[in-house]
Design a binder for this molecule. Structure first.
Ligand code: ADP
Length: 196
């Protein structure tokens, strides 16, 4: 098994690279998606969150009211840690389950937005960083429907490209076209994956 940690700032193109790697046969483990799954209606995770933060974080039909929860944890670091203490172990457990189910010779790609911030670089055989300059990322995020101020605030709260570069085995430059990104992914696969 080859374990690849894929990271990059918000809007850098991680999801796009994940899709390209999945097309080549990689098993993609997406931390953000798992974090949503472990809080779906009826899960023990959602029950724990409702117990911790009260019924106000649930919608009338029993789903997570994300804006209500975000409003609680946004400006309260202690509340944020209490939420992380519920969600992070569930995400780790689910990721481990997906890993255990993968074939022994699988290429497993973990899409971890905060890989650098949470000090996880050592958990992977290869760390791949996707880069694009902040203004390009903001333009793309706004194109995806995010408010510009939110995009800027999130970028400011994350590690810098320099910090990510410091732990990268491979840097993919996504300042060009999607085709140029796909070419780099093809080259990465040929050089680092197919050859073993
Ligand atoms: P991330 O997962 O790192 O947040 P995404 O892969 O979702 O980033 O990319 C952010 C947005 O930019 C998406 O809407 C995506 O379709 C778009 N995008 C990604 N790469 C390019 C590119 N090279 N050119 C134009 N748009 C791109």
């Amino acid at each position: 098994m080859l374990r690849i940690g894929l990271t990059g700032g918000i809007g850098s193109g991680k999801s796009t690279v994940s899709t390209l790697l999945a097309e080549r046969g990689a098993v993609v483990v997406d931390a953000d998606r798992i974090a949503r799954e472990v809080l779906e209606p009826g899960t023990p995770g959602l029950a724990a969150v409702a117990t911790e933060f009260g019924p106000g974080v649930l919608t009338p039909d029993g789903a997570l009211d994300r804006p209500a929860l975000a409003a609680i944890v946004f400006s309260d670091a202690a509340a944020r840690s209490r939420l992380d203490a519920i969600v992070h172990p569930l995400v780790r457990a689910r990721s481990a389950e997906l890993l255990a189910a993968a074939e022994p010779d699988a290429v497993v790609v973990n899409d971890v937005p905060l890989l650098v911030e949470t000090g996880q670089a050592g958990s992977y055989d290869l760390v791949v960083v996707v880069e694009a300059d902040p203004e390009t990322r903001i333009r793309r995020l706004v194109g995806r429907g995010l408010a510009e101020a939110d995009a800027r605030a999130r970028i400011a709260a994350q590690a810098t490209d320099e910090q990510r570069r410091a732990v990268a085995d491979v840097v993919l430059d996504n300042s060009g076209t999607p085709e140029q990104l796909a070419e780099q992914v093809a080259r990465f696969w040929a050089e680092h994956v197919s050859r073993g």
